[in-house]
Every structure is written in C-alpha cells, then in structure tokens.
Design a protein. Structure first.
Length: 410
C-alpha cells in the first residue's frame, strides 16, 4: 500500500513538472529540438530496466545503493554537468539519499576540479593523465595520477552538499598504486579500522563516527619517497544513489584503455549504470586521421571492461555536442559519432541520448554561443550551458523511469 501511494505521488508530481519544464525550455530556447529529448534504443527497449529496478529498491525499500558512473573528458572533470545531474536525480524521491561517489582530487595534479570539493595541497605534487600521449603512468580507475616525491607532502579533504553544509562520511576509500609507492598514508583523525586490498590498490579507512574533513600525511616506508594517488571516495552508510565521476581533460576512448588497474579498482564502485560521454576528443581530428569504426571498437572494449566489473551493468551513450574544428568549421565527425553510438546501442543493448540532435544539430554550437550557453572555443559550455545539458538529460531519464513506474501500477 505504501509503495503504491509513493508511486502515485511521484507520477503525479514529477510528470507534470517534467512536461512543464521541457516546454519552458523549448520556449526559452527555440533552437533546441526538444522532440529528440528522449532515450533511443537500437537493441533492447529494456536497456535500463535493471538500473530502474535497483533504483526502486533504494527509493521504496531503502535498501542497497544504486551506482551511476559518468565517464568523459573536460565536460565531466569540470564538475558542473555531473554535479547538476547528481542533484536532479536526488530529487526523484523526497527521501532518496545522494552520495558523492568516486572522484579524483584534481588540484593535487595541478588542474581544475569541481568547486564543491575542497582540497588543500601540502608539499609538492605533480599530475600524470591518460589523455597526454607522452605520459606513461600506472593509471587506475580515474585515468589520472597525483604523484609526490616529497616526504612532507599531504592534503586536507573536505566536501560540501548542495546547501553548502559539510558532506559527512564514515569511510574513506583511497585508490593508489601500491606497487610504486614507498610511503604509507596516515590521517587525522585516525581511522578506527583499516582494510587494504593490495591487488586493486584500495585502502579503506573506517570511522566509528561520522566526520566531515580529514588531513592526510605520509610516513616514508622504504627507499626514496614516492606516492601515487589515483582517486578518493567518501562513503556514507545509508542506502541511496551514488554518482561517481570519471573526468579527465582531453580524454578520448583510447585514454581510459591505458589504465592497467581499471577493472580491479572499478569493482569497488560496482556500477549499475554508466553514462558514456567520450567522443568529442576522439572526433577532434582532420578527416584523414578519423576512423569511426576504430572509435566504436574502443567503446566495445570499455563496455566489456564495465561488464567484467558488473555483468548486469547498463549504459547510456551520450552523442557528442556540436562543435567546431579549430574554431573554424563545424565538425561533421559528430554525425559519425551518432551513427557509431546507434550501432553500439544495438550491439550492447544500451540506450542513446542524442545531445547533438537535441542541441539543434550541425552548427548549433554557434547559436548556443550567441545565447551565452557555449564558450568561444565552440567546444565547451558555460555554466548555464552545462546546467541546460543536465536538465535535458535528467528529463529524458525521468521520462523512461516514469514509464517503468507505470508498469508497477498495472
């Protein structure tokens, strides 16, 4: 009875809100093709059923965690797109807990990161990311390493909720390349218990009480000081939705295929749904260096890796946003990306969200720039543009979840 009431409440409240919101966006931005703002299926139309079933458990039964992993380049690293979508998904139900999930502390690698994660760097650190061909590092799940050779190095970590209240957690997972590290991290406050997986390179610190910040230093263990950090996750005890972000500036599909410990570390994330947003950097090439079939084949490998982590993992492929090549010409390779993702959907029973089409198609990035939604490089978005992306994607997901909820009423 309670479940039936909650389903009716969600359908009644969010359905009307979603319709009104999309219609309002269409009026405000008439260049959008909101008629295309839907999930498309070229294989099974049940491509998101497993994800929705787990979401049901978290919403109605307060059991388990449903994990979303968002993979991309600079669009994801900046944090606006993924965090806005995280907050939108948290509004699916009044009592749904939303957890930050896995992230990389980019400031330690001397690059940009989401504003609602605070990292204070101590000592000298350097970065090594998978998107730079000359780099050759032992990457893990994040595809980027923060490396220090300074025995006095460390960092302070704190994160914030949407309302700027400190984000509290009782477990910190530290992803690291243990085989290369000669220093061992310790913290203040100290953990009450520790579990270490030396194969995956995951150190788990458990605290008997909830904390909202932590200071990490190092002890030199042997030889010359060296430590390689590959990611962090602040874990909470409640059931709910966990939104993980894998974003590396300049990353393409081949970038993450360079990660030697991707699968082993990914098993700690246990993705139920992966949102793939890789392609803008793959397609940013002259015609004689762009091979769409090879691009699709690299995605095949990434799908295989994620299903090795979780055989029941499901996928949403986001097509490229419209862009210009070297700020001069519309990049028509985006059309090839749409075709490849349709084929990937068929091969892997995945969903496709056609951002390229929803934006307005070829040359629409120029219109987005005129409306202060895209930057002058005609590749990246402004904060308002990323929020608009998140709004559109959320309502496309909600439309499918609404259909699923209606089947539960039958």
């Amino acid at each position: 009875m309670i479940r039936t009431f909650v389903i009716a409440f969600l359908l009644g409240a969010a359905s009307m809100q979603g319709q009104d919101h999309v219609e309002a966006l269409a009026l405000k931005y008439p260049f959008l093709d909101t008629a295309k703002n839907h999930m498309e299926y070229y294989g099974s139309e049940q491509a998101l059923k497993g994800f929705f079933n787990k979401l049901d458990q978290a919403i109605f039964d307060f059991e388990g965690k449903v994990n979303i992993v968002h993979v991309g380049g600079s669009h994801v690293q900046g944090g606006m797109l993924s965090h806005t979508l995280r907050m939108h998904l948290g509004q699916l139900a009044p009592e749904l807990n939303v957890e930050r999930g896995f992230f990389f502390p980019h400031r330690l690698a001397n690059t940009n990161m989401p504003r609602n994660i605070y990292i204070r760097k101590m000592g000298k650190w350097e970065g090594c990311r998978n998107s730079i061909p000359k780099n050759n590092c032992p990457w893990g799940f994040s595809g980027i390493d923060a490396i220090t050779y300074d025995k006095d190095a460390g960092f302070i970590l704190q994160s914030f909720m949407e309302n700027e209240k400190p984000y509290r957690f009782n477990e910190l997972r530290i992803f690291e390349h243990m085989a290369s590290s000669t220093m061992q991290p310790f913290s203040q406050p100290p953990p009450d218990s520790i579990v270490i997986d030396t194969v995956a390179g995951v150190r788990r610190w458990f605290f008997n009480e909830m904390i909202d910040s932590i200071v990490v230093h190092f002890d030199s263990v042997q030889g010359d000081p060296q430590y390689i950090l590959q990611g962090l996750q602040m874990v909470r005890p409640e059931s709910g939705l966990v939104y993980h972000a894998l974003g590396v500036n300049g990353a393409a599909t081949k970038s993450f295929l360079r990660s030697e410990n991707f699968v082993a570390q990914g098993k700690y994330v246990e993705p139920d749904l992966v949102i793939f947003g890789l392609g803008i950097n793959d397609a940013y090439k002259p015609d004689n260096a762009w091979f769409p079939e090879e691009y699709g084949a690299r995605y095949d490998t990434l799908v295989h890796w994620f299903r090795e982590i979780n055989p029941d993992c499901e996928f949403i492929f986001m097509t490229n946003n419209d862009s210009y090549y070297k700020r001069r010409l519309p990049n028509e390779h985006a059309l090839d990306v749409v075709e490849q993702m349709q084929q990937l959907s068929k091969r892997h029973n995945a969903a496709v969200w056609d951002l390229f089409g929803v934006m307005g198609g070829l040359n629409s990035i120029a219109i987005w720039e005129e409306h202060h939604l895209a930057k002058a490089d005609k590749i990246h978005f402004t904060s308002a543009g990323y929020r608009l992306n998140s709004d559109l994607l959320f309502w496309a997901i909600w439309e499918e979840y609404e259909k699923h909820l209606k089947t539960l009423q039958d």
